[in-house]
Design a protein around this ligand. Structure first.
Ligand code: NAP
Length: 428
């Protein structure tokens, strides 16, 4: 057998611990798959005295960046964060001629194109299967397997915390804040959940998927991002009445020469593959042109799934696969040309809270007709006398700019309370 692949691992938490355990438990089988042994030769984490569910497998270093000069072939970065020690380590490792495997979507979404160029200059691999959708092998699929006809769109449920919260709001009728608290108690949400529920984590992953799909440099700066904090039990209830479920989607679509990429809660029809993704699961739906539609579903986080993805990258490197990080040479990644704001077209869910007075529905309908926004279905729910009434409408396919324009006009009415709610409908 060829000489072992020598691996240095920085970060021994959820992902790093899972990688160590899997390499220790399945070393012989993995050696057969990889054509050589995968040997851990150095590790680094913050606190050496922390109890771990495995025996420290190799030389310990307090300083993760020191792993860049370890006697290793590959550095695995599993610390996290878009800058700080993670970035310093990845840059130093590539500069000193070591392949890099990372699960760090924040780092790659921000600095991916530059790091990919650094790796390529030296003929090194920069692999990141674990960075998007955990155990789902979507990075390799987009980078290598679905290239023949190009990708028209890629859409995904990419954050398990958000999907867990939305699924449980739907099951129990409880509020976002209530369910978030429960998710934190169960370990499905961080103490500071902002990155997840605000949509930034989904944005990091979408930036990588869009780059792999369209050959553009990862771009976070041209991506509208909306989280799930404002989703109410009312919206979830109405979605259900119309046969839909609310999902936080990362969406990247070709629109001519432009790319429409955004993170947004969307209504997806129940009973479709995307619409039926439950709990903490992730899923990605890709339209690969003449190759047809593809749908991937699996666990997007946690020790087992992420270790599976990291080890898949290590096996690839052991077998000599060191192709470009984003599937084409870094120098050919083009800047993302984003679709003009409001250009995306879809059907829309609109909800108005209105005073229960004569003429209000006619007023709303008048504005919609004037702007040529046509309505497919409508629901009006009365409450107790004197209380506000909900009017819910589903439009036909309409450009976003037209809907937002008309909603602004409607919101100025003294019969309409608060801001109308607007959620796009997406195919499942
Ligand atoms: N968790 C998931 O399911 C998941 C899924 C996909 C991607 N990821 C990504 O994988 C990466 C790791 O996530 P994780 O969940 O495994 O994190 P984690 O459980 O918090 O582990 C982080 C590890 O990094 C170590 N560390 C932190 N700061 C350090 C420093 N300054 N110097 C050296 N070591 C340091 C910690 O050391 P101690 O152990 O001593 O505290 C710990 O071992 C992140 O980029 C994350 O976005 C995670």
């Amino acid at each position: 057998m060829t000489k072992p692949l020598r691996i240095a691992i920085a970060g021994l938490g959820t992902v790093g611990g899972g990688v160590v355990k899997a390499l220790q438990a399945r070393g012989d089988e993995l050696a057969e798959r990889a054509g050589r042994r995968l040997d851990i030769v150095a590790v680094s984490a913050k606190n050496r005295r922390k109890p771990r569910a495995f025996i420290l497998p190799a030389a310990w270093s307090e300083d993760p960046v020191a792993l860049a000069s370890a006697d290793a072939d590959v550095v695995v970065e599993l610390i996290g964060g878009e800058d700080g020690p993670a970035r310093a380590l990845v840059e130093a490792a590539l500069a000193s001629g070591k392949h890099v495997v990372t699960a760090n979507k924040a780092l790659l979404a921000r600095h991916g194109a530059r790091l990919a160029a650094l790796a390529e200059e030296r003929g090194l691999a920069l692999k990141f299967e674990a960075a998007v959708a955990g155990g789902i092998p979507i990075v390799k699929a987009l980078r290598e397997s679905l290239v023949a006809h190009g990708i028209a769109s890629v859409r995904g449920i990419l954050n398990g915390t958000c999907n867990f919260i939305l699924t449980n709001m739907e099951r129990t009728g409880r509020s976002f804040a209530d369910v978030l608290k429960e998710a934190q108690q169960l370990g499905y949400a961080e103490a500071d959940p902002t990155l997840d529920v605000g949509g930034a984590d989904t944005a990091h992953k979408l930036a990588l998927l869009a780059s792999l799909a369209f050959g553009t440099a990862p771009d976070l700066d041209h991506m509208p991002v909306e989280g799930i904090e404002h989703i109410t039990p009312e919206d979830i209830g109405y979605a259900r009445e119309f046969g839909f479920r609310i999902k936080l989607l990362g969406i990247a679509k070709r629109m001519g020469a432009d790319i429409d990429q955004r993170v947004q809660p969307a209504m997806v029809r129940a009973g479709t593959p995307l619409g039926d993704v439950d709990g903490a699961f992730n899923a990605v739906a890709a339209d690969a042109g003449e190759a047809g539609p593809f749908f991937f579903e699996g666990r997007g986080a946690g020790e087992g799934p992420t270790a599976s993805a990291v080890i898949a990258d290590l096996v690839d490197i052991a077998r000599g696969s060191v192709g470009p990080a984003f599937g084409k040479p870094a120098g050919t990644l083009t800047p993302l040309r984003s679709a003009p704001p409001g250009a995306a077209s879809s059907a829309w869910y609109l909800r108005f809270e209105v005073l229960d007075v004569p003429g209000v529905l006619a007023e709303i309908a008048g504005h919609l007709a004037e702007s040529r926004v046509s309505i497919e279905s409508m629901l009006q729910r009365g409450r107790n006398p004197g209380e506000p009434v909900s009017i819910v409408m589903i439009t036909h396919d309409t450009p976003q700019a037209a809907v937002t324009h008309v909603l602004k006009a409607i919101a100025t009415s003294d019969k309409v309370l608060g801001r109308p709610r607007l959620i796009p409908m997406e195919a499942g």
